[in-house]
Design a protein around this ligand. Structure first.
Ligand SMILES: Nc1ncnc2c1ncn2[C@@H]1O[C@H](COP(=O)(O)OP(=O)(O)OP(=O)(O)O)[C@@H](O)[C@H]1O
Ligand SMILES: [Mg+2]
Length: 258
């Protein structure tokens, strides 16, 4: 398919690097003159807070308004960041929208319906999903062309993964024929550890050819950057983290056209 790719960054396991990857991969792609929109679909609002410094309680209107209010368009909520990407921020109100969306007729397609008019403005739309297979993640899967699964090669890396692949299949069969898992990002890799190497083998066996060759190493700079409300490229451009996400961006451009 020509045109933009809409990529849902998923894993219902918490703390595996979804937000770190969503933010830094988005900024990395923008340095290759790609137009990128980052959608924060997590009520924790980590992307919004760490990237924009939007207060979790006090931020202005958010993706929540887009999802639950027919009269609010994506365009009026999008913010432009000084790091070259657009962001559709989240805030804590989104948690309250869960019940509302779950109970509404078009609750699963709300994001896709609203994204339609702006999707063509972007080469890539990344959706930072919450650590749950809830209505928000379903909305992301319905709107997406691609799923990137973030996996940390630690003890039991595949827990929950089968449930995720099953959910992707159900959404593909019923609501979104084009959806596919086209990338697996190995995050927080420490290949000196035996358990890490064993996990990487296990992940490769399960996902075979969709695992990205570019791995993201453990790097404390990636952990520090959000508290300075910066991407890794602004906070520590010479770090391993910056190098790894830049290499990943190149691989994404090669493998996933957009
Ligand atoms: N490569 C890395 N090296 C070191 N720390 C990292 C790395 N990637 C992410 N982190 C840190 O690990 C923690 C979890 O990462 P992150 O918030 O990106 O995960 P997540 O999957 O989005 O979590 P959640 O499921 O809660 O949304 C954060 O403190 C982050 O700064
Ligand atoms: Mg997150």
């Amino acid at each position: 398919m020509a045109g933009s790719r809409v990529v849902a960054l998923c894993n219902q396991k918490g703390g595996v690097g979804k937000t770190t990857s969503a933010v830094n991969l988005s900024v990395a792609l923008s340095t290759f003159a790609k137009k990128v929109l980052l959608i924060d679909l997590d009520p924790q609002a980590n992307s919004s807070v760490s990237f924009f410094g939007f207060g979790v309680f006090s931020s202005p209107r958010s993706v929540c308004d887009v999802l639950v209010d027919d009269n609010v368009s994506v365009r009026e909520i999008i913010r432009r960041s000084d790091e070259g990407i657009d962001i559709l921020p989240s805030n804590l109100n989104l948690a309250g929208a869960e019940l509302e969306l779950t109970g509404s007729i078009a609750g699963e397609t709300a994001l896709r319906d609203k994204l339609g008019p702006v999707q063509g403005d972007y080469d890539y739309v990344f959706i930072d999903c919450p650590p749950a297979l809830n209505i928000f993640t379903i909305n992301a899967l319905v709107a997406a062309t691609d799923v990137f699964v973030c996996v940390q090669p630690s003890f039991l890396p595949m827990v929950g993964t089968e449930q995720l692949t099953r959910t992707v299949k159900i959404v593909r069969d019923r609501l979104n024929k084009q959806l596919r898992i086209s990338g697996v990002i190995l995050t927080m890799c420490d290949e000196r550890k035996i358990i890490s190497r064993e996990s990487i083998n296990e992940i490769n066996r399960y996902f075979s050819d969709v695992v990205f060759d570019s791995r993201i190493r453990v790097d404390v700079k990636l952990e520090e950057a959000p508290s300075h409300t910066k991407s890794i490229f602004k906070y520590a451009p010479d770090s391993h983290g910056a190098e790894d996400y830049m290499n990943l961006a190149k691989e994404v451009i090669r493998r996933v056209q957009g």
